[in-house]
Design a protein around this ligand. Structure first.
Ligand SMILES: Cc1cc2nc3c(=O)[nH]c(=O)nc-3n(C[C@H](O)[C@H](O)[C@H](O)COP(=O)(O)OP(=O)(O)OC[C@H]3O[C@@H](n4cnc5c(N)ncnc54)[C@H](O)[C@@H]3O)c2cc1C
Length: 374
């Protein structure tokens, strides 16, 4: 006879793993956690290349957060090392600190010893006076002017999305700060950390609980009619697929990763180099700068954006958002009628960083607890 589970969780990514852990340990629920891939950790999955070097299989994950409680929660499952997240952009045959900071401005405009006041004045001169930027192109022009827009943003955005920045919302390029100091870190967050043994180990430990059964290489669509949980379902897969793509498919941008071993200890000066204007790939990543692994060789990942393939980035255009809203209405009804909770990147058709999605997962757990807490 089939075991009776309290909850079935579709997707063993960060969201699925966290909710599984909370329901098992806090509500004593019997949990079935499934994933169609052959591993847990979702897109945070890291593994070992043939060389023995750790790689981030689905793109580099730079974990950062401003949430002390979240860090304390995760610290139950991992030790941390500092996140050495430094990015440079290669343009005109030179490497520049990126996001743009005082050093980038000084180097690009060939001004020695540029200070914050000088940079402010320089940007005032360079900026295009667009009061209410309506798209990413206008946003960047109004911030740093045309020369920097064309050198750092335009072609990178075209490669990444195959969409012109003038057809993308201001927030797409607006997420990247411009700094009037010499801070070279990629992000501003208070905690910039990486799990000492990697993300996969963190999430494996999170779901290592007697109440949690993990089934890999199992598609939710193959079990949804046969395994009926007693209390709830958590769905973290693509929302359109849950509803049989009844309104049409939500479009995603995909990526292909080419991992190449190099017979040198380090190939590049920092973890990531962006190539806005050269090559078909957008960036090269040498994750060894972050993992701190000691090894005589290194591995570089070349990242090629693609239209087809695994869903990585929701495409930030109005018509896609409207399509998602139609599915959201169905999802809300499904939550009320059948206790199916939709949470995460694929289920909400939204790009979230890992810390953000883990916070959402905690909120979803609290919602379920409020309804069902025993
Ligand atoms: C290229 C890239 C780079 C990123 N870099 C960063 C970064 O630097 N820092 C950061 O904080 N975040 C980063 N992220 C974001 C991070 O990957 C996500 O926030 C996080 O993985 C989302 O967790 P999730 O559980 O919602 O989804 P996912 O990690 O996608 O997990 C969902 C899981 O559901 C499974 N699934 C889907 N459909 C089914 C089904 N029908 N049946 C069974 N299982 C199913 C999938 O196989 C997957 O394992 C990056 C993402 C990408 C794509």
């Amino acid at each position: 006879m089939n075991k009776q589970y309290d909850v079935v969780i579709a997707g063993a990514g960060p969201v699925g793993c966290l909710i599984a852990e909370r329901l098992a340990s806090q509500l004593n629920w019997q949990v079935l956690l499934i994933d169609k891939r052959n591993h847990v950790a979702g897109n945070c999955f890291d593994t070992f290349h043939d060389s023995g070097l750790m790689i981030h299989r689905y793109g580099p994950h730079y974990f950062r957060s401003n949430n002390k409680n979240l860090i304390e929660y995760l610290t139950q499952f991992t030790d941390w090392i500092p996140g050495n997240y430094i990015v440079k952009s290669s343009t005109g045959g030179e490497l520049f600190p990126f996001p743009i900071n005082l050093l980038t401005l000084g180097q690009f405009f060939k001004i020695a010893n540029l200070d914050a006041d000088g940079a402010q004045k320089l940007l005032e001169e360079k900026r295009e006076k667009i009061e209410h930027p309506a798209n990413s192109e206008e946003f960047v022009l109004s911030r740093v002017g045309r020369e920097m827009y064309e050198s750092f943003y335009l072609n990178y955005t075209l490669k990444q999305w195959a969409i012109h920045p003038r057809d993308l919302a201001p927030s797409v390029c607006g997420r990247i700060p411009v700094r009037l100091n010499k801070d070279e870190r990629y992000v501003d967050h208070e905690y910039q950390l990486t799990p000492a043994k990697g993300f996969t180990e963190l999430f494996k430990k999170m779901v290592d609980h007697p109440n949690i059964e993990v089934r890999l290489e199992t598609d939710f669509n193959d079990i949804r009619s046969t395994i009926k949980p007693a209390k709830a379902t958590i769905y973290t897969g693509p929302i359109d697929e849950y509803f049989g793509c009844t309104f049409g498919k939500l479009p995603w941008r995909s990526l292909e990763f080419d991992f190449q071993e190099k017979p040198v200890e380090f190939e590049q000066p920092c973890v990531q180099i962006n190539y806005p204007n050269d090559y078909d790939y957008t960036r090269t990543v040498e994750i060894k700068h972050v993992t701190g692994q000691q090894h005589p060789h290194t591995v570089i990942s070349y990242e090629y954006p693609k239209a087809e393939g695994d869903p990585y980035y929701p495409i930030p255009m109005e018509q896609n958002h409207l399509l998602y809203e139609k599915y959201k209405v169905l999802a809300e009804k499904e939550t009320i009628d059948n206790n199916v909770f939709f949470c995460g990147r694929l289920a909400e058709y939204k790009y979230y960083n890992t810390d953000e999605v883990l916070e959402l997962a905690l909120k979803t757990f609290e919602k379920i607890k409020a309804q069902h807490g025993n």
